[in-house]
Design a binder for this molecule. Structure first.
Ligand code: NAD
Length: 493
């Protein structure tokens, strides 16, 4: 039987950019080395695109938009192509999953189900949606007709992070392409491979050349050139709050392009003493923070447990932690893989040191493991006796580190939960319906879970309050980001 290791050994990754329907190296001929976090193996060289390549890709996207080769197709025609795109992604699912795991370190079983499965579903869903949306006629006086129609914004730049490379790219490109835009996608320099392969698959599905371009490269080079470009109409950004602020500044400093940001989080998970199912709460608290090595924007990294049940809860939680020991990402049984690179490893280990130095009590984990592999692995780590002023309770760690805090009553929990610049997700566990609703109303977060943490569907919006960003990915609301509303007045006489 061919193993994932055999398949990995046979894989040839192509790191060239994708512009105007063709694979090309950067104009400057600059490249960067792409190493796998699972064992340090070299995956190949990647085009280091900069402003010269951005100019070429934006011009290709603009030309494709102006001649209407994609925007001019009927919604039903675009739907057929996008559904085929999704089918082809699934046909090439094993290859895409392998690229994702090798490039960013996540377990192969989740690359297949969550990343390939979720990304293909997203492309299909927006394809299916686009020929079911109607425009409007305003209720004006009978002497005229006012049409309110949606039009694509034009050239969309999508800049995405490395934690779910294909999925984050799909959340941008699916609604943008379905609406008829041309797209220039810049994947993270840490995980460029699946985005590049997606562009080839899109072409095979029938997306015309120039409509979907992919430029790998560094943020300060290719990313900034896109954000500053005078001929980009809209930027869809997912990444850190620090860079999100720069994106909005660059949009303002250039052509005031629409800038949509989906940023960091420090989500609070509040478990009240009247929680209806403590085992489910433990499972969700532990499973959700350690999923994807803790590299999830909505990870519930602050766990608030009501003081009266905290010891009991922690005993149960500690029993679950060993289930998440990191393992070989190419083994189908592994549930936690490698941290994306040496820089992120250093960041995570730095926060673990800060937790200890700040007086939190390390109850589990805290060490780097599997160093003999040449990859970057961190034990699932749990800190107790954390208070809201500590660095590990305030800053996004983006690693497998859970901070446990306690509270007296639910108002105290809400006050602490909201005391952060972020506002992405939150949860409350209680059997009291009024308390659940009052708490969810009081929590300043884009998504609030009640008695669960895994609610997730392409039909619901995903995005944050406060410094977690200003946009919403997923659901029909995402079309708002990639379309302009036009009013046309017609005199009837
Ligand atoms: P990052 O901000 O460092 O990078 C994100 C992207 O921006 C990358 O492609 C990067 O190359 C690019 N970039 C960096 N500097 C740039 C610049 N000056 N100009 C233009 N582009 C630039 O974030 P990351 O480390 O890749 O990702 C982790 C972050 O993403 C976390 O904060 C996480 O919470 C967040 N995230 C948010 C969501 C969400 O939906 N809210 C989803 C996933 C990840």
């Amino acid at each position: 039987m061919t193993t994932w290791h055999d398949k990995a050994a046979a894989l040839q990754a192509d790191g060239r950019a994708f512009i105007g329907g063709e694979r090309v190296w950067a104009k400057s001929e600059q490249q960067f080395e792409n190493l796998s976090p699972i064992d340090g193996r070299k995956l190949g060289m990647v085009a280091r695109c900069d402003s010269a390549d951005v100019d070429i890709a934006v011009a290709a996207a603009r030309a494709a938009f102006e001649d209407r080769r994609w925007a001019g197709k009927s919604p039903a025609q675009r739907k057929r192509v996008l559904v085929k795109f999704a089918d082809l992604m699934q046909k090439h699912g094993q290859e895409l999953a392998l690229l994702e795991t090798l490039d960013m370190g996540k377990p192969i079983k989740y690359s297949q189900s969550v990343d390939v499965g979720g990304a293909a579903n997203c492309i299909r869903w927006y394809g299916e949606a686009i020929d079911k949306i109607y425009d409007e006629i305003a209720p004006t006086a009978a002497s005229s007709l006012a049409l309110i129609t949606r039009e694509p914004v034009g050239v969309v730049a999508a800049i995405v992070p490395w934690n779910y490379p294909m999925l984050m790219a799909s959340w941008k490109i699916a609604p943008a392409l379905a609406a008829g835009n041309s797209v220039v996608l810049k994947p993270s320099e840490k995980s460029p491979l699946t985005a590049l392969r997606l562009a080839e698959i899109a072409l095979e599905a029938g997306i015309p050349p120039g409509v979907f371009n992919v430029l790998p490269g560094y943020g300060a080079e290719a990313g900034a050139a896109l954000a500053l470009h005078m001929d980009v109409d809209c930027i869809g950004f997912t990444g850190s709050t620090r860079v999100g602020k720069q994106i909005m500044q660059m949009a303002g400093q250039s052509n005031l392009k629409r800038a949509w940001t989906e940023l960091g989080g420090k989500s609070a998970n509040i478990v009240c003493a009247d929680c209806p199912d403590l085992d489910a709460a433990v499972e969700a608290a532990i499973g959700s923070i350690f999923f994807n090595q803790g590299e999830s924007c909505n990870a519930p990294s602050r766990l608030f447990v009501e003081a009266s049940i905290k010891d009991h809860f922690l005993e149960k939680a500690l029993a679950k932690v060993p289930d998440y020991q990191p393992g070989d990402p190419l083994d189908e049984n592994t549930v936690m893989g490698a941290i994306v690179d040496a820089t992120q490893l250093k960041t995570v280990m730095g926060y673990i040191e800060a937790g200890q130095a700040g007086g939190a009590r390390l109850l589990a984990g805290g060490k780097q493991v599997r160093t003999e592999t040449g990859g970057y692995y961190v034990e699932p780590t749990l800190f107790d006796q954390v208070d809201s002023s500590m660095t590990i309770a305030r800053e996004e760690i983006f690693g497998p580190v859970l901070s446990v805090l306690s509270f007296g009553d639910v108002q105290d929990a809400v006050r602490q939960a909201n005391a952060t610049p972020y506002g992405l997700h939150a949860a409350v566990w209680t059997a009291d319906l009024s308390k659940a609703i009052q708490t969810s109303r009081a929590l300043r977060a884009g998504t609030v879970h009640v008695n669960q943490y895994d609610g997730d569907d392409i039909t619901v919006p995903f995005g944050g309050y406060k410094q977690s960003g200003n946009g919403r990915d997923k659901s029909l609301h995402a079309f708002d980001k990639y379309t302009e509303l036009k009013t046309t007045w017609i005199q009837i006489g």
